[in-house]
Design a protein around this ligand. Structure first.
Ligand SMILES: Nc1ncnc2c1ncn2[C@@H]1O[C@H](COP(=O)(O)OP(=O)(O)OP(=O)(O)O)[C@@H](O)[C@H]1O
Ligand SMILES: [Mg+2]
Length: 400
């Protein structure tokens, strides 16, 4: 059979874009408390005063970025008729930026026109910060709010999260009042912020907690209305999607993905309705994709640790003790010329991987002599692990 013609379908979706991640709904539902705290932290701006610095945290997919976009849009539009306050907002996603320096450099470029961009490497770091202070000072607005989304990727190198929130107090920027909004879904990052960063960035902290099944149901209903044609969704389909997503993560993103995927499956089958079976199949597919995405993005040392477990699995030696895992890990690291870290590092990696739900750990007693030790094994299918490692060009050498 060859290719089939592409024909527009109209039976399932009315507007599938509404289910995509980038779509911005008109209202943020089930987040009244958080929005209230958010608006209250920014209220000083409206009075011409210095905004509070803010730190937003909570798991992935719980509305942190969406809330930020909405609050800032609203603030800007409410400020329009006020002549004494002008606001510039800068939004930087830090996902691929691994140091304060890189964040600084990318911020500088946000202030500059496209034909006046600086190189993002090679300057002394004092100079980069100086460029940033000049860029903010040269703004002809009274206020500047800087959003640093997914800022956890800078890791321990968090100096920028002290420098920018304190830029007025430290006299680096005088004319423009600066506020910073840091956003992260990494709880470890929040706990490990240096004391001076906590002190300056976290004037206010807002926690976005995971959604429960009821909240997810309402979020899905809001979208389903315009996404699907009337009568396409079987009874109970939204509830089931919300229940699955509620159990798995409490993430609105994951819930929307399931509903979209189920619609897709129904369309592929040329079915006129989306049924509970479609939702079940979509749940499985989305869960698999999620695990894959997470595996692909773990750090290199974690991948080597996972590879050590793959070897033990092939040798039928799982569950295994840390010492056995460490032995295989050393071999793997040497094979691809990676740093061979200490046993302690591998222990940390094993804990992280367990926390993320990739591994199971069991405590064993040593018997009459006393003491205990831990044994690890996979809690997901090993072939998923292998698939993810093979996608990493550096790890590919392990399988040769
Ligand atoms: N309360 C809500 N009402 C409507 N849609 C929502 C709500 N919360 C989240 N969403 C939707 O869920 C998806 C994820 O939300 P968002 O991107 O804001 O999550 P996040 O907390 O920033 O996650 P991450 O930490 O991964 O960046 C988006 O498509 C967003 O539109
Ligand atoms: Mg986000």
């Amino acid at each position: 059979m060859g290719l089939e013609p592409f024909t527009p379908d109209s039976t399932i979706f009315q507007d599938e874009n509404v289910l995509r991640d980038g779509y911005q709904p008109d209202t943020l539902i089930e987040r009244d408390e958080e929005l209230k705290a958010y608006q209250s932290a920014l209220r000083p701006v409206v009075n011409g005063a210095q905004p509070k610095n803010l730190f937003l945290y909570g798991q992935t997919g719980v509305g942190k970025t969406l809330a930020t976009r909405m609050v800032l849009e609203r603030l800007k539009s409410d400020l329009k008729p006020m002549s004494n306050v002008e606001l510039e907002t800068i939004f930087l996603n830090c996902k691929s930026l691994t140091s304060s320096y890189q964040v600084s450099a990318h911020l500088v470029n946000k202030f500059r026109s496209p034909d006046d961009q600086i190189k993002t490497t090679g300057y002394p770091s004092g100079m980069i910060n100086q460029m940033l202070w000049s860029a903010i000072t040269e703004l002809d607005t009274t206020h500047c709010l800087i959003v640093l989304d997914e800022v956890d990727s800078i890791g321990n190198d968090d100096d920028i999260l002290y420098q920018v929130p304190r830029s007025n107090d430290n006299g680096h920027v005088e004319e423009t009042q600066v506020g910073v909004i840091g956003i992260s879904n990494d709880f470890t990052f929040r706990d490990n912020l240096s004391a001076r960063v906590k002190d300056s960035l976290c004037d206010e902290e807002i926690l976005f907690s995971p959604y429960n099944a009821n909240e997810l149901r309402r979020i899905l209903e809001q979208r389903a209305d315009s996404a699907f044609r009337d009568g396409v969704l079987d009874d109970g389909v939204i509830e089931l999607t919300a229940a699955f997503a509620g159990q798995s993560s409490g993430s609105a993103r994951q819930a929307l993905r399931r509903l979209y995927k189920a619609g897709d499956l129904a369309r592929d089958e040329e079915s006129g309705t989306v049924t509970e079976d479609h939702i079940r199949a979509a749940d499985e597919a989305v869960e698999r994709d999620k695990v894959h995405e997470e595996l692909v993005s773990v750090p290199a040392q974690s991948k080597l640790t996972l590879f050590a477990l793959l070897i033990l699995e092939a040798e039928d030696e799982l569950p295994a003790k840390r010492s056995a895992i460490y032995g295989r890990y050393q071999m793997a690291a040497r094979k691809i010329g990676a740093d061979v870290r200490t046993d302690r590092t591998v222990h940390d990696r094993l804990s992280q991987l367990t926390l993320k739900g990739f591994l199971d750990v069991e405590e064993k007693n040593k018997g009459p002599k006393g003491g205990s030790y831990y044994q690890y094994e996979f809690s997901i299918r090993p072939d998923l692990v292998e698939e993810a490692l093979r996608e990493d060009s550096r790890m590919n050498g392990l399988f040769e």
